[in-house]
Design a protein around this ligand. Structure first.
Ligand code: FAD
Ligand code: SF4
Length: 492
């Protein structure tokens, strides 16, 4: 829950904060340049799935960057954070040389700070609302990099921060899906004292954080540490359990669960529906990334098969496409390319991911749209693409791609990975009668509290938004936890 401005103002007047404010004059803070995140050499990192691209800030770098923060009386950065992290407080703890207290502050609002510090699009959220961005037109305080620093410091330290948990109240609540949305919900409900069980269809906990986002951006072991923390707080996890198949929501109600948070994500791949798409060599980004990230197909020891090829094209321009194409590069592709129907300027992936992909040698074939996969004996050998140009902006504000009549090209290919979007996982929508579902298959909710058309079922994350971001999914989990807590308390 977001605190009042008075609350933040009172904290800002605490002695240690005032001492820091006096230590460095605002003019000196503004004159500093944003500390750059150290990165691994692109030639080295593009050879391994397991080398992280961003190397993290040192203590000195983190304290220097934290000293840019003005500790604003009206911290607009918090308005840009869907989980309402107390941003100035955690940053000032870093400036004060107290990273464990910074980590504790992060954990008041976020169950996954090490993950969010790595993958959240801060440039569109908290950093877009930072005083430096909106008033000075200068690079924002590197809030995401500082979040990562504090979370990593705690993970590497022998001292651990476990948030306070209220005494158990014995009321059973269930989360369906162990992605970021379900984990954020579980983290808040356990703090309120509920008996929380997270049901997960896969054998691993973490959702897209584990099966989608690659190791070189977010190592699985860090996600595991954050899950360990939730286990320590008392959250129960049951894996290999498909709600709707293993047991239905109706049966779980009989088992004593008083409320449900559906966070089952959008893991159903979409295909292009063009000729040749069922050929050997064409697969979805979900399948490709799951094989490599969750089933370790990239490592020598694993027996999971995965397609490898010299010429690999990933169709699409979002974060999933960037992850898939950079994975292909690390799996040995000589030509790893993006094929995207709009221009470079419209690529929807994070700017940082596009920049890293370019540095690593990914080829960007923009303004090209696949119209046919070509093969021999059922095996992919090429893709025929239609050349495109940009027309007027559509209702979403993006310029529409228009085919250039008669202008096509054949690109030789061994593998094509389709990354053009995902649809909601259908099991819950298909097995709960009376649940209002949109025409896209997402669960309809009351946006003020994430409640579905059924009283005791709440929903959030990608199953509602149809493919969004980690932090929006987490924000939904927090808002549903708040609403369910109020509802269940009013029934006591
Ligand atoms: P998910 O993470 O999809 O988790 C849902 C979980 O529910 C899954 O584990 C699934 O197995 C489980 N489940 C489904 N049905 C059932 C059932 N019936 N019973 C039990 N369990 C079930 N976002 C960013 O902010 N930054 C990024 O850099 C970024 N990169 C991405 C890269 C890729 C490759 C992908 C695919 C997505 C990326 N995203 C990114 C988007 C982000 O990961 C999602 O928006 C986010 O994970 C959604 O969280 P969620 O908890 O709603 O769903
Ligand atoms: Fe610091 Fe920027 Fe937030 Fe102000 S808006 S408190 S400068 S992070």
């Amino acid at each position: 829950m977001k605190e009042s401005l008075e609350y933040y103002k009172a904290q800002r007047k605490e002695d240690w904060r005032v001492a820091l404010q006096k230590k460095t004059k605002p003019k000196e803070r503004i004159a500093k340049t944003r500390v750059k995140m150290p990165e691994e050499d692109p030639k080295l990192r593009s050879k391994s799935q397991f080398i992280e691209v961003n190397k993290g800030l040192t203590q000195q770098m983190a304290e220097e960057e934290a000293s840019r923060c003005m500790d604003c009386p009206v911290p607009t950065c918090i308005d840009g954070c869907p989980v309402n992290i107390n941003i100035p407080k955690f940053i000032k703890y870093i400036e004060n040389g107290e990273p464990l207290k910074a980590a504790a502050t992060l954990k008041e609002s976020s169950a996954l700070p090490a993950a969010c510090g790595r993958v959240c699009p801060q440039e569109k959220q908290c950093e877009a609302k930072c005083f430096y961005t909106i008033k000075l037109n200068k690079p924002a305080v590197a809030i995401g990099n500082l979040e990562r620093y504090a979370a990593d410091y705690e993970n590497n330290s022998t001292e651990k921060v476990t948030p306070e948990v209220a005494p158990p109240n014995g009321i059973k609540v269930a989360t369906i899906g162990a992605g970021p949305s379900g984990l954020a919900f579980a983290g808040d409900m356990i703090k309120h004292g509920y008996d929380v069980t997270v049901f997960e269809a896969l054998h691993e906990i973490g959702g897209v954080l584990k099966y989608g986002i690659p190791e070189f951006r977010l190592p699985n072991k860090l996600v595991d540490l954050e899950i360990e923390n939730l286990k320590k707080m008392g959250v129960k996890f049951i894996t290999n359990f498909i709600v709707g198949q293993t047991r239905t929501i109706e049966q779980l109600r009989e088992d004593g669960f008083k409320a449900f948070y559906v966070a089952s994500g959008a893991g159903l791949p979409r295909f292009m529906k063009i000729p040749g798409e069922n050929m050997n060599g064409v697969l979805s980004a979900n399948e490709y990334l799951t094989r490599v990230n969750l089933m370790f197909a990239g490592s020598e020891e694993a027996d999971t098969p995965v397609l490898k090829g010299k010429n690999v094209a990933v169709i699409g321009g979002g974060n999933t496409a960037m992850d898939a194409v950079r994975t292909a590069l690390r799996m040995g592709a000589e030509n790893a390319m993006i094929i995207y129907r709009r221009s470079d300027d419209e690529l929807p992936a994070r700017v940082e991911e596009i920049h890293h992909a370019r540095e690593e040698g990914v080829i960007f074939n923009t303004l090209k749209n696949p119209i046919e996969f070509i093969g021999e004996n059922g095996k992919l050998t090429a893709v025929k693409v239609q050349h495109m140009k940009l027309g007027e902006a559509g209702s979403d504000g993006r310029r529409r791609p228009i085919p250039i009549e008669g202008s096509t090209e054949i690109i030789p290919l061994d593998i094509a990975v389709i990354a053009i979007g995902v649809s909601p996982n259908p099991i819950i929508p298909n097995t709960v009668s009376g649940l209002d579902i949109s025409k896209w298959g997402t669960i309809k909710i009351d946006e003020s509290n994430n409640q579905s058309s059924i009283d005791d079922i709440y929903a959030g994350g990608d199953i509602v938004r149809g493919g969004a971001t980690v932090i929006l999914a987490m924000g939904d989990g927090r808002s549903a936890a708040d609403a369910i807590h109020q509802r269940l308390q009013s029934q006591q």
